[in-house]
Design a protein around this ligand. Structure first.
Ligand code: CAA
Length: 257
């Protein structure tokens, strides 16, 4: 792969995926997105991996879809290439996916971070949907996910002005989980991942699926979905082990079975 670096065993049960087009601020071209989709699919199937961290570098998580690649395209080219269909696959990742964001997370970069389950931000992170400044609008979920994450007023402002949200503002509006000094953002993401990696991977997948359902359905249907997934956890050895360990006053050892 040219634009993605993967370490499947960055820490125990934790994979690290790096967007790796630093000179272009990790602009998300078609090849990078295909490599990312394939990587996440492979990690989803890797039984040793329980949590995935997606990151860029200190200066940029990603500065958006590749404008130079899109510049000469017609509407029909865009429709035929349908570049955002790759993003639908990324959303289907079953394992917990943490974005560790420093620097620019703009346009498609912000949308990619929001496609992840949680965002750990460095204090230098900047979020925004500046597509309006180049005569277009968000196309990979920005108008929907940002609005759900931070509310209509602020989302509308960001989408219509192209202004950036600082890391502290992003924390205030609930877009990110935490903000840490820039030199610690990856470490902070790893700490979060390590906590989750100790849990039952079966329960983690089902719980992730259920939380995400809250954004896609009405309450009764969501509650029904949650209950079914809760009952399904009782098909796992991890449920037996987790409850037995509680009774025996010891730490559970989850295997993902
Ligand atoms: N696409 C292609 N190339 C990009 C890029 C992008 N989104 N963002 C940055 N780059 C390239 C620059 O062209 C430049 O390349 P050259 O050195 O070859 O000229 C290199 O990365 C470094 O960028 P700058 O010199 O501009 O760096 P800066 O620090 O002065 O500015 C920035 C940083 C404010 C992020 C600025 O690069 C910028 O505004 N980038 C575009 C942001 C943007 O509009 N993103 C939305 C894209 S559209 C989209 O994402 C649609 C969608 O919904 C998916």
């Amino acid at each position: 792969m040219e634009f993605i670096k993967v370490n499947t065993q960055y820490k125990k049960h934790i994979a690290l995926v790096n967007l790796n087009r630093p000179k272009e601020l990790n602009a998300l071209n078609l090849q990078l997105m295909t490599e990312l989709k394939n990587t996440l699919q492979a990690l989803d199937e890797d039984v040793d991996v329980r949590v995935i961290i997606l990151t860029g570098n200190e200066k940029a998580f990603a500065a958006g879809a590749d404008i130079k690649q899109m510049a000469g395209k017609t509407a029909i080219d865009m429709l035929n290439v349908d570049q955002f269909s790759t993003w639908d696959q990324i959303k289907k990742t079953k394992k917990p996916l943490i974005a560790a964001v420093s620097g620019f997370a703009l346009g498609g970069g912000c949308e990619l971070a929001m496609t992840c389950d949680m965002i750990v931000a460095s204090e230098s992170a900047k979020f925004g949907q500046p597509e309006i400044k180049i005569g277009v609008m968000p196309g990979a979920g920005g108008t929907q996910r940002l609005t759900r994450a931070i509310g209509k007023a602020k989302a509308m402002e960001l989408v219509l002005t192209g202004n950036f949200l600082s890391a502290e503002e992003a924390l205030h509006y609930g877009l990110v989980n935490n903000v840490v000094p820039t030199e610690m953002y990856l470490e902070a993401a790893v700490e979060l991942a390590e906590q989750i990696a100790q849990m039952s991977p079966v329960a983690a997948k089902l719980a992730k699926e259920s939380v995400n359902r809250a954004f896609e359905t009405h309450l009764d249907e969501g509650l029904h979905f949650e209950r079914k997934n809760f009952y399904l956890t009782f098909a796992s050895e991890d449920q037996t082990e987790g409850m037995k360990a509680f009774v025996e006053k010891r730490k559970p050892l989850f295997t993902g079975k």
